[in-house]
Ligand binder design. Structure first.
Ligand code: PLP
Length: 443
């Protein structure tokens, strides 16, 4: 009998087109150390999770200590110190009205919980009509069915259309490719008008609007003006529709404030957290909501229970990592590091903007993006594999979103390391195969 080989199937990877996965043996600070003896700068924080550097001893130690005490326990009807302490720590950093925390496993589950919570919020009040969602163009909220439904109709979800429920889709404030043909200097956030119209006429059937506040990440690192989020908040309030802020990526300092919503002084009704919540050590999701929402689920009627839970909900190990990560915000100059990254983005991006291959540059906090103008713009752009290989050869892990290069480093990256990342990007732009750009030039 022939033996079927066992193999690992890697996410977002096309074996036939891509080199074998890089074997990483260990990591420290901003560096990944490979089995081949190479050292790579992790300039994307390992899919946007790492905050304080790899293998930070405080977080590693907290997980090890916790594993010796209580590694796991059912979270229905039971609780434990790490969950209580993390909840208390989050309470201190979250906007005041967001006081109730529902733990889950990762970013996608934090979003699924938010969607279900929003629908049941209305259902528990006897309103069976308010069960639709409004989502933005270019949105990405994860890979589970609900999260895919509110995500953009992109190449990521093309095969799964039959699994996605219908949502109302409205424009995003993608200023470089303005959906309503305005320029930022003169616009009055006109792109929010379709949402205004929609909520005015259909609010009776809409449970919630979901947004990635200020930064749409996987959709192209699109940075929104703060007024866009403010207008969405106003409209939701006016029309009695919940606002869900997916801060899975933007949370924990990534945009220069603890949470992106703070830039706009906006408080959502529900906020989704994950990725950096554990400093990037272990998977953990958290969906936080206001008391108005929580109250509707407290009842003597069992049918008002929120019937959602995962086996590892509230993992003590992940919570221990989360507590240690929050402690690092207090014991180390985290926001100074973030400001130093922002300063370098501001220094280096203008020169890249003038490069003939570049259409737009944008940044917020620690995140910077360089959009190359090309005829095959989009996630499947052929530029991506050229760029990815070019960067890896030079010791930098950058994973362009098609024709969009972005930098999203752990906060501990030094000035010289970040300048090196920019030097390599500059070199890559100069080396780009002759492009047919929208401006007509090659590079
Ligand atoms: N929401 C946002 C804004 C994200 O960027 C992501 C992942 O990139 C997710 C949700 C899904 O998170 P996860 O990959 O942990 O399921």
């Amino acid at each position: 009998m022939s033996e079927i080989p066992l193999s690992i199937w890697h996410p977002f990877t096309q074996d036939a087109l891509e080199p074998a996965p890089v074997f990483v043996e260990r990591a420290e600070g901003v560096y990944l150390y490979t089995a081949e003896g190479r050292r790579l700068i992790d300039a994307i924080s390992s899919w946007w999770v790492n905050l304080h550097g790899h293998a930070h001893p405080l977080i590693a130690g907290a997980i090890a200590d916790q594993a010796r005490k209580l590694e796991q326990v059912i979270f229905a009807g039971f609780t434990h110190a790490p969950a209580e302490e993390l909840a208390a720590g989050l309470r201190k950093v979250l906007p005041a009205p967001l006081g109730h925390i529902f733990f889950s496993d990762d970013g996608s589950t934090a979003v699924e919980v938010a969607l279900k919570m929003a629908v049941q919020f209305w259902w528990n009040q006897g309103n069976r009509n308010k069960r639709k969602f409004v989502a933005l163009e270019h949105a990405y909220h994860g890979d589970t069915a609900g999260a895919m439904s509110v995500g953009e109709d992109s190449s990521f979800v093309a095969a799964f259309d039959s699994m996605r429920f219908a949502v109302h889709r409205v424009p995003s404030a993608y200023c470089f490719r303005c959906p309503v043909g305005k320029t930022r200097a003169t616009c009055k956030i006109d792109c929010v008008e379709p949402l205004e119209q929609l909520l005015e006429h259909r609010h009776g059937e809409i449970a919630a609007v979901i947004v990635e506040p200020l930064l749409q990440a996987a959709g192209g690192m699109i940075v929104h003006p703060v007024e866009f989020l403010q207008r969405i908040r106003e409209l939701c309030t006016r029309h009695n529709v919940l606002l869900i802020a997916d801060e899975v990526l933007t949370g924990f300092g990534r945009t220069g404030r603890m949470f992106a919503c703070e830039h706009a002084e906006v408080v959502p009704d529900i906020m989704c957290l994950s990725k950096g919540i554990t400093g990037g050590f272990l998977p953990l999701g958290a969906t936080v909501c206001t008391d108005t929402i929580r109250r509707v689920f407290r009842s003597e009627d069992r049918m008002r229970t929120f019937f959602h839970g995962h086996s590892y909900t509230g993992s003590p190990l992940a919570c221990a990592a989360g507590i240690a990560s929050l402690k690092i915000f207090e014991s180390e100059p985290v926001f100074e590091r973030i400001a130093a990254i922002e300063k370098i983005h501001a220094e280096r991006l203008p020169a890249l903007r003038n490069h003939p291959a570049v259409g737009d540059v944008r940044s917020i906090g620690t995140v910077a993006a360089i959009e190359i103008e090309t005829e095959d713009a989009g996630y499947l752009s052929k530029l991506r594999s050229f760029l990815y290989g070019f960067f890896l050869e030079r010791g930098v892990l950058l994973r362009p979103l098609g024709n969009i290069i972005y930098v999203l480093p752990p906060y501990v990256i030094t000035a010289s390391e970040l300048h090196y990342v920019y030097d390599v990007i500059q070199e890559a732009l100069n080396a780009l195969p002759a492009l047919k750009t929208a401006r007509g030039g090659g590079s």
